[in-house]
Design a protein. Structure first.
Lengths: 210, 561
């Protein structure tokens, strides 16, 4: 049993350009998180507001719904709570051979704490109370810094990844903003691409390797 | 003694289904025993038509639960929220590895086994492969050559349906193909460039057990490329879509599920296997079944496991193990992502539909001349060209309307080369019964001692270099490539342990996949392999199985078993 032709390797390890083993100022994220174990596994009201605002800044409403319209904030909180996308501890299951350790109670929610701190610094005060322009400026600064060379491990990457995942795997994101076709029924190997053509969220290979 | 069945087939995966089909069609009364649950074709594929937004974790799955229950399986790229129920629970199905070694044992315990989740790539072996052990002295010479297996490859391909393009290459013999799926624009360009620049290197579409023409109650492929969820169209080969209905149609098949075979019984007086002992995992009750023939098709490592556990005074180190080689010389292709390149110049091209196969560049090293630097045998590339999509946004700075707009359209093309390198058979890579660890049923778990050697590392180093050279020749800009293999098991091509050979003192099985020591015991899954080649092995397992079944039936009828 091999593959669908694209080979066997850990999808998380190969393509993300070094985002995988995220660490904060040189400290692996899961160690950072362990320091806050025992805290309740819920986001605060302020954090909920923050992630809604932040997700809309990334994916705003246009002629299709924006991130908060489709509940991306809820997905991000769920995903962090459950450690999706490597936001809890690094996958090293092979060393375990069938019996993992107890999960950390709070998953990856500490990333929201980190984001809140960064936003407060950049906004010069409470992000949720800042003007829309100041909010945008603060997040732009964080985003720009995270994508500067050498900052692959900035915690913003994980949050942004989950915002995108939450949006483009939602019904509106996957089938209104993009196209979704479960049963294409045929294979056309070479068709003209027009600038207005929307991508298919059901192009699973593109989603995985693109 | 009156046997209950003519044959017992242990396992219902790719080879178990074939054994059941071939033996029942020959008129034998067959019992098939599957350790996992039943999954009905069609109605059993619970996630087949779901969209990501219909799943709690959008297809990614609950990492917290995976961490606790599926720490090994969840590292497999085919393991998702859509397919998790087609893989074993690691906590309930432990194994052991020696300190400092690693092995990803990716498994599917259910009706159909890994035939539901396999990659469907179907490649014949050539005499470069069957002659390799003899030529360079690694391992033990195969007791068969391509000519012995060619008609059985025909039979298997005709039945399962393999789409592919005939290329006339000695290294990768053509089969009886359904029409090929077409290359996309970038792949076609690469093929053309390679034909001119590297005449020994042919890029062709992956030969795959996905139908391009309907056959026997199975529809042609719908180009969804979600095969591992199960396909109610029956458009790819699985036990459920193909061999099981054929076996059932004979009226000669009895199936037991949820029952783990704990051992093969052996009569020291007659020297024959008498049947199997099994544990019903639902009730905890133990049972036995008797038969004139026993076929082990439990999957490479589990067929080894069953033999190692079947000890007796006559066979204290495992059934059919008078040679002492049982469990040794296990293999798994060394695999890695050798190169990804951006492929500019195709911005006005796209494709429609999801082709469920990639491309292959068959082995070109060490064929008629030894041109591999520091390694013997070879490797092949698989992969394909694709366009990026919204996930590329994870690597891009940006916010807001323009950013959203940029992710709305198909992105730039890229070409991927993944290498599968031949794994040499080594005595030190071996399976044993673990001395300490037991499974939930109290049985000693399998200890898997495996590591890739210098040969595999040298092959992957060469592959990385050649991937770059070839992708750049096609106008690509390579931005990533690796030369280190994943842990053993990562190719999901585990092979060996009960190797075939002519010498009973150095092999477990003869040229008919029959145990040298036990004349009515056959092992026709990957355990039988004496070398690994670099092709995906399942087609060869099926051909060996069909051939072994025909011979077993003949011997049974002639009274020589």
């Amino acid at each position: 049993m091999a593959d669908n032709g694209l080979g066997e390797f850990d999808r998380r390890s190969a393509i993300g350009g070094g985002l995988v083993l995220a660490a904060l100022v040189g400290t692996p994220l899961w160690i950072w998180g362990k320091a806050r174990q025992g805290e309740k596994g819920e986001a605060t009201e302020d954090q909920r507001r923050m992630i809604d605002t932040v997700s809309d800044l990334v994916i705003p409403r246009t002629d299709t719904p924006g991130a908060s319209d489709v509940g991306v904030g809820d997905f991000v909180v769920l995903a962090l709570n459950h450690g999706l996308d490597g936001t809890r501890e690094p996958a090293s299951g092979a060393a375990i051979q069938g019996g993992g350790p107890a999960p950390t109670p709070r998953g990856g929610l500490y990333l929201l704490d980190d984001l809140a701190i960064m936003l407060r610094i950049k906004a010069g005060g409470d992000f949720n109370q800042a003007t829309p322009a100041a909010q945008r400026a603060a997040l732009t600064a964080i985003d720009t810094r995270a994508f500067a060379p050498g900052n692959d491990k900035d915690p913003w990457h994980k949050i942004k990844d989950l915002i995108l995942t939450g949006y483009y795997t939602s019904e509106a994101g996957g089938s209104k903003e993009l196209q979704y076709e479960l049963v294409p029924g045929r294979w056309d190997p070479d068709v003209p691409l027009k600038p207005s053509d929307r991508a298919f969220s059901s192009d699973w290979t593109a989603v995985e390797f693109g | 003694m009156m046997q209950e069945f003519d044959a017992i087939v242990v396992g219902s995966g790719i080879t178990g289904g074939w054994s059941a089909k071939e033996l029942t069609q020959a008129g034998l009364k067959v019992l098939m025993i599957e350790r996992g649950r039943d999954i009905e074709h069609g109605t059993g594929y619970k996630t087949e038509t779901l969209a990501p937004w219909e799943l709690p974790f959008r297809g990614m799955g609950d990492a917290e639960r995976y961490w606790a229950e599926y720490p090994v399986q969840s590292m497999n790229r085919h393991f998702t929220e859509f397919t998790e129920h087609h893989f074993v629970n690691d906590r309930e199905n432990p194994y052991a590895v020696p300190a400092g070694k690693d092995f990803n044992w990716w498994r599917s315990y259910q009706m159909g086994g890994r035939s539901l989740t396999w990659g469907r790539q179907c490649y014949r072996w050539s005499d470069y492969d069957f002659g390799a052990n003899k030529a360079d002295g690694h391992g033990l010479d195969w007791p068969i050559r391509y000519a012995d297996l060619a008609p059985w490859y025909d039979r298997v391909e005709d039945f399962i349906g393999v789409s592919g393009a005939a290329e006339g290459l000695a290294v990768l013999p053509d089969g009886r193909f359904q029409p090929p799926m077409a290359l996309n624009a970038v792949e076609q360009h690469c093929r053309d460039v390679f034909m001119n620049t590297f005449p020994d290197r042919r890029l062709t579409v992956g030969r795959t057990a996905n139908l391009t023409e309907a056959k026997e109650g199975r529809s042609k492929c719908q180009y969804r490329s979600i095969c591992a969820r199960g396909c109610s169209y029956g458009a790819y080969f699985s036990t459920q879509s193909s061999t099981l209905p054929a076996a059932k149609a004979t009226g000669n098949l009895t199936v037991i599920t949820d029952s783990v075979v704990e051992g093969v019984d052996h009569d020291p007086v007659t020297g024959r296997a008498t049947g199997v002992r099994y544990l019903d995992v639902k009730t905890g009750k133990r049972g036995t079944a008797t038969a004139r023939l026993v076929f082990l098709n439990a999957g490479t490592f589990n067929s080894n496991h069953i033999l190692l556990r079947s000890t007796s005074e006559r066979f204290p180190n495992g059934l059919a193990n008078s040679s002492g080689v049982l469990g040794t010389h296990i293999m798994d292709h060394a695999t890695t992502l050798s190169g990804i390149a951006a492929m500019p110049g195709f911005e006005t091209h796209t494709s429609y539909g999801n082709r469920p196969t990639g491309i292959v560049v068959p082995r070109f090293r060490n064929l008629d001349q030894q041109d591999g630097a520091g390694f013997t045998r070879g490797y092949s590339f698989q992969g394909g060209a694709l366009q990026s999509t919204w996930t590329a946004g994870k690597r891009a700075a940006g916010l807001g309307v323009d950013y959203k707009e940029s992710l709305r359209h198909p992105g730039p093309w890229r070409m991927i080369f993944v290498t599968f390198a031949e794994s040499l058979p080594r005595a030190s890579n071996r399976l044993t019964l673990d001395r300490v660890k037991t499974d939930p049923h109290g049985a000693p778990v399998l200890n898997i001692a495996f590591e890739h050697g210098a040969n595999e590392h040298a092959a992957l180093a060469d592959a990385k270099g050649q991937a770059k050279v070839m992708l750049e020749a096609a106008g690509g800009h390579v931005f990533l490539g690796f030369d280190q293999p994943g842990a053993g098991g990562s190719a999901i091509h585990e092979m060996g342990g009960a190797r075939m050979g002519n010498d009973p003192a150095r092999s477990v099985l003869d040229k008919w996949n029959r145990a040298h020591d036990v004349p009515n015991l056959f092992v026709t899954d990957g355990a039988a392999m004496s070398s690994s080649a670099c092709q995906n092995p399942s087609l060869t397992y099926m051909a060996l199985t069909a051939r072994a079944c025909a011979n077993a039936v003949s011997m049974l009828r002639e009274g020589t078993i």
